[in-house]
Design a protein around this ligand. Structure first.
Ligand code: HEM
Length: 439
């Protein structure tokens, strides 16, 4: 039976227009047109049905800011472990796992995609490799990598901002940070696609096997590197993860198992790549399509405080990670809606960041917003992005170097021709041809 509090919640629904009602009745995030431009769908949900069942996805979409916070702050009721592992290679689990056991050195479940208390232990050990201090020290090196890359295309006057800048830039940085070999970059794109395809729920059996072969190659490569670092540590994240340890209050020492460490190296390589490249691709998109954005960025480029706020408002306004999943472990009422046991859910960060009750005029880009740090573009709660300091640094350095080296940046295709990677997880532009002049 609904409680008084539940009824009060339900009464905050707003009346919908006929178009909005139709979107809720017929729309689904699996529809590529809605995936590419989902804002009207999100607005209708936030107004009239904030925890909306999307039949096409067979998933409950959590769209209001406060509800996203409530769900991500309760990792026991809303499990990451089940949400992730049960959709991995959906319907083909056993074949996928056996393939990796035979060809990829083993099946290594993603240790960070887990629930407390196990997740708490893994997270503490993983943080060894991600201290903010270390990232701050990296700024000069990141600047060098980004500056060299942009300089290599600056004289051409045109390039693909996604394929020639955003993607290689983030791959080069993670390759250096992890301590992988230069020259491995082209393989990393393929490996990333293969890992993310396992949770896209859109693979055929043939595609699953092709992707599993890529993942096997990735694992064999990582295992080789880890063995080297076990014997001889270096100043890189693989060494940090292989040798990570924390001492508990009672004096006992925790370490990662080898299987856990393999999964965390793999997760670091993949999680930081597409996301940050997407953020930089989206930066080019707003600089070339939103009036006043290029001028704003130019005017604040030497003001570190304002530049940090620019990056943060960009993460709110164009969040690269659009939605991530959870599974509800028991019937639970969230904001007046009962989510059944075993239901798959998506936390729609993209919509939470547009919640007009938290961010007035959400589509306005305003670096002086008093609460811009409340956005959910990096998640929140125990699973909040562990790479946030590195991500912010990469986007900030990219923003600075773009302005220092390029001017008069223009989109070389009509906005309507921009295509997006077909996934509900990120809002990623596939290709963004631009023209510009060297400054
Ligand atoms: C702009 C870039 C990035 C964005 C927008 C982003 C976004 C996110 C979000 C939304 C989550 C929350 C997941 C959840 O609650 O289920 C997350 C988690 C995570 N991110 Fe990022 N991320 C970015 C960059 C990075 C980088 C550079 C790395 C590493 C090099 C990284 C590694 C991770 C890992 C390992 C987790 C899982 C943490 C956990 O479950 O405890 N991310 N990220």
């Amino acid at each position: 039976m609904a409680t008084q509090a539940d009824e009060a919640k339900v009464s905050d629904r707003l009346p919908l227009t006929a178009d909005e009602q139709q979107l809720l009745d017929k729309g689904t995030l699996t529809d590529r047109a809605i995936q590419a431009r989902p804002r009207p769908y999100y607005t209708a949900m936030r107004k009239g049905d904030p925890i909306h069942y999307d039949a096409g996805l067979n998933s409950w979409l959590v769209t209001r800011h406060e509800d996203i916070w409530a769900v991500q702050s309760d990792p026991i009721t809303f499990s990451v472990n089940k949400g992730y592992h049960e959709i991995q290679a959906r319907g083909m689990h056993d074949e996928f796992r056996n393939y990796l056991r035979t060809h990829g050195g083993g099946y290594f479940p993603d240790a960070i995609m887990s629930d407390p208390p196990y997740h708490t232990r893994i997270r503490k050990l993983m943080e060894n490799a991600f201290t903010a201090h270390r990232v701050k020290e990296l700024e000069p090196r990141i600047t060098q990598v980004v500056s060299d890359l942009i300089a290599s295309v600056a004289d051409k006057g045109h390039c693909d901002a996604v394929k020639d800048i955003a993607v290689p830039l983030t791959i080069r940085i993670i390759v250096e940070q992890l301590g992988l070999d230069q020259g491995i970059e082209s393989k990393i794109s393929r490996w990333s696609v293969a890992v993310t395809a396992q949770i896209s729920a859109m693979q055929t059996r043939e595609q699953m096997l092709e992707n599993a072969a890529q993942i096997a190659e990735l694992q064999n490569y990582i295992i080789g590197k880890m063995k080297e670092r076990e014997a001889e540590p270096r100043e890189d994240m693989i060494s940090d993860l292989v040798h990570a340890q924390v001492t508990n209050a009672d004096g006992t020492v925790e370490k990662l198992t080898f299987e856990e460490a393999v999964s965390l190296v793999r997760a670091t390589l993949i999680a930081g790549n597409d996301t940050t490249a997407t953020a930089i691709g989206n930066l080019f998109y707003v600089l070339t399509t939103k009036p006043g954005m290029a001028e704003l960025l130019e005017s604040i480029i030497d003001d570190d405080r304002k530049l940090n706020r620019f990056v943060e408002e960009h993460m709110r306004n164009e969040p690269p990670v659009r939605a991530l999943s959870r599974m509800c472990v028991k019937d639970t009422v969230v904001n007046g809606t009962t989510i059944p046991e075993g239901a798959h859910m998506l936390l729609v960060y993209d919509s939470g960041n547009d919640d007009e009750t938290v961010f007035p005029e959400p589509r306005k880009f305003d670096i002086e917003r008093s609460n811009l740090g409340r956005h959910v573009g990096f998640g929140g709660g125990p699973h909040r992005c562990i790479g946030v300091a590195l991500a912010r640094m990469e986007v900030k350095v990219a923003a600075r170097e773009i302005v220092r080296q390029l001017k008069d940046i223009k989109l070389a295709i009509p906005v309507s021709e921009i295509s997006y990677v077909p996934t509900v997880a990120t809002h990623t532009i596939e290709s963004l041809p631009i023209t510009y002049e060297r400054r």
